[in-house]
Design a protein around this ligand. Structure first.
Ligand SMILES: Cc1cc2nc3c(=O)[nH]c(=O)nc-3n(C[C@H](O)[C@H](O)[C@H](O)COP(=O)(O)O)c2cc1C
Length: 194
């Protein structure tokens, strides 16, 4: 299902057509080559002083990491996200080796997530980021240090028809139009005339 952005000007198809579906093909698989390309896209995103604070936990359906993450999904994420093919948990290392803070680490991790999302979409793989999962349990599962901040899990897979969600509320959400604040609300200064 396509839900292109309603934009005042023409956008790159990769940006215009990206959206976050919840209906995924429960048997489709993502190749290791595609996973590698997605990770490389994250690796090659910009970061503060090139600190590259992102760290990833990669899970593919059928491996132990997939179960380790899926069992900690919260609320309705637990119903739809496990039908996807892979997850990438994006973690930000919040301090330097000398213990000083990295105030932009979360920004950098978000950028890496965006790059990975665009690369995945380019490969025909849909991405839905989720913040709804139990971070304490995942932290314990992977013995993550205190200075590792879990941002979101990218849920990746092949999009399926909305009806396959088998839940009326979720189907309705899947079909709902994508909405955004207008530029006039979000540009504080310098709004272009176009
Ligand atoms: C950091 C982050 C966390 C999110 N967490 C969830 C989540 O836990 N569950 C969910 O269904 N969607 C989640 N979303 C998806 C957003 O709801 C979605 O991106 C937003 O509604 C815009 O829709 P679009 O991505 O289809 O344009 C999250 C998105 C981001 C960026």
């Amino acid at each position: 299902m396509l839900k292109p952005a309603d934009s005042s000007v023409t956008l790159s198809p990769l940006i215009a057509n990206r959206w976050s579906p919840r209906s995924f093909d429960g048997v489709a698989e993502i190749s290791d080559l595609d996973i590698a390309a997605i990770l490389e896209a994250g690796r090659w995103s910009p970061s503060t002083n090139n600190q590259q604070p992102w760290r990833f936990i990669v899970a593919k359906r059928g491996d132990s990491h997939f179960e380790n993450l899926a069992k900690h999904f919260a609320g309705f994420n637990a119903t739809w996200a496990p039908t996807a093919s892979a997850f990438i948990l994006v973690v930000a290392v919040m301090t330097n080796e000398d213990g000083t803070a990295r105030p932009f680490a979360l920004y950098d991790a978000g950028l890496a997530s965006a790059f990975m999302t665009v690369e995945a979409n380019h490969l025909g793989i849909a991405v839905h980021p989720i913040a709804g999962f139990d971070r304490e349990k995942v932290k314990a599962e992977y013995s993550l240090p205190d200075n590792f901040s879990q941002t979101a899990i990218l849920v990746l897979g092949k999009q399926a028809p909305a009806a396959e969600l088998h839940n009326a509320a979720l189907v309705e959400r899947e079909k709902a139009p994508r909405v955004r604040l207008p530029l006039t609300d979000i540009v504080i200064a310098g709004l272009p005339a176009a």
